[in-house]
Design a protein around this ligand. Structure first.
Ligand code: SAM
Ligand code: SF4
Length: 364
């Protein structure tokens, strides 16, 4: 079936999603991105919302086989950002009219960490008179912990499922009982039960991942009633088991990187067309593969950006993958650079607004 026929269907099925994800013809690709941008304009508007991203610690109890800050990477110098430094970055974000913040770190489940996050969320809410929205992205926790952090003032939570295919998930994680797909899915259910706006996403272009897997990821977002999506291309980290394997198999050539970038953009476009009212982030990983990756993401239907607000001295220690952009920049530079990127697409920035997912608001 040709692209126009698929796009005119009232409801797309799995085969349609696969067909769209397999498009490679440049004219058809452009038509797909244009169609997704039109869906974005009609449903969430041509407004981009910022979530200032504070990567506050790279300590992690997990050992995901693709991630640069995995527990066993002994090359990584571990850091914790001082509480006052995090609060200073939160204040900077507030003063610069970022509507909300995302607090991200490696995963820990100990009591000290749980209490620390709880107090931090309260402090950030207080310093902004309740105005800064807070998204947490700190991994798998118990429902009780999610509830405590929600009560403290966090209202969104991002936990990528990474892939909706449990067998593929198993190849990407150690089989030690601590990295279980079913537990990750249960966490998403728990977050929904607590009342968060729930975000998830996948890595795109993983070794062994098929177009059908990616189509199933989009169906997973629908079936899990997800409000916001933060997905992005898989990018090699040289000192990880998956990264080494990919490099040895010659799967990290410039051509392969371009393929993963294109797949990442197609995922944004097809997800936007299939789930018109969710928030979709144009992630930094797109820019790791192409200097204009994030603009291309906005043009393909994304409506959220996550400017890095991490304390500059720690940026080079939070390297999930190689060639991470913005590592040498200060928050002011990131802000100016992103405004220019948004303007170049013809969108505007929703300054000072939470920019909640319309999908979440529609359910209320
Ligand atoms: N530790 C928490 C967790 O895993 O949910 C939050 C932080 S973790 C660094 C955030 C995301 O980084 C993961 O969900 C994963 O998708 C992404 N990530 C890790 N390594 C990556 C890589 N090599 N390429 C692209 N994304 C990667
Ligand atoms: Fe830790 Fe998250 Fe990296 Fe996994 S992806 S090793 S949980 S920081």
């Amino acid at each position: 079936m040709v692209l126009a026929d698929i796009l005119h269907k009232k409801e797309l099925d799995r085969n349609d999603l696969i067909a769209l994800l397999c498009i490679t013809d440049p004219d058809e690709l452009q038509a797909l991105y244009d169609a997704a941008y039109a869906v974005k304009a009609a449903n969430v508007g041509r407004v981009v919302y910022y979530r200032g991203l504070i990567e506050f610690s790279n300590r992690c109890i997990k050992n995901c086989r693709y991630c640069g800050i995995r527990r066993d990477n002994e090359e990584v110098e571990r850091f914790d950002t001082a509480r006052d430094d995090i609060l200073a970055m939160a204040r900077w974000s507030y003063d610069n009219h970022y509507g909300s913040l995302t607090l991200q770190s490696g995963e820990r489940q100990d009591r000290e960490f749980i209490e620390y996050i709880e107090a931090l969320v309260r402090d950030i809410k207080q310093l902004s008179g309740g105005k800064l929205g807070i998204t947490l992205c700190v991994g798998e926790q118990t429902e009780d912990t999610y509830r405590r952090w929600f009560a403290a003032g966090a209202h969104r939570y991002l936990l990528r499922i990474e892939t909706s295919n449990p067998s593929l998930y198993a190849t990407l994680h150690p089989q030690d009982g601590h990295h279980r797909w079913a537990v990750r899915k249960q966490c998403l259910d728990a977050l929904r039960a607590v009342g968060y706006q729930v975000g998830t996403g996948d890595m795109i272009g993983l070794p062994g991942q098929t177009a059908a897997d990616l189509a199933d990821d989009i169906l997973f977002y629908r079936d899990m009633d997800i409000d916001m999506i933060g997905m992005g291309p898989y990018v090699v980290h040289h000192h990880t088991p998956v990264g080494v394997d990919v490099m040895l198999r010659g799967l990290d050539s410039d051509q392969e990187k371009l393929r993963r970038l294109q797949l990442g953009l197609k995922m944004i476009a097809v997800t936007r067309i299939f789930l018109p009212d969710v928030n979709i982030a144009s992630t930094t990983a797109l820019q790791a593969l192409h200097p204009l990756g994030r603009e291309l993401g906005l043009k393909a239907g994304a409506n959220v950006l996550m400017p890095i607000v991490t304390v500059p001295k720690f940026r080079s220690q939070y390297l999930l993958y190689d060639n991470k952009p913005c590592v040498d920049e200060r928050p002011e530079q990131c802000k100016d650079c992103l405004s220019a990127r948004v303007a170049s697409v013809g969108d505007t920035v929703g300054l000072g607004q939470w920019g909640d997912s319309p999908h979440f608001s529609h359910k209320r």
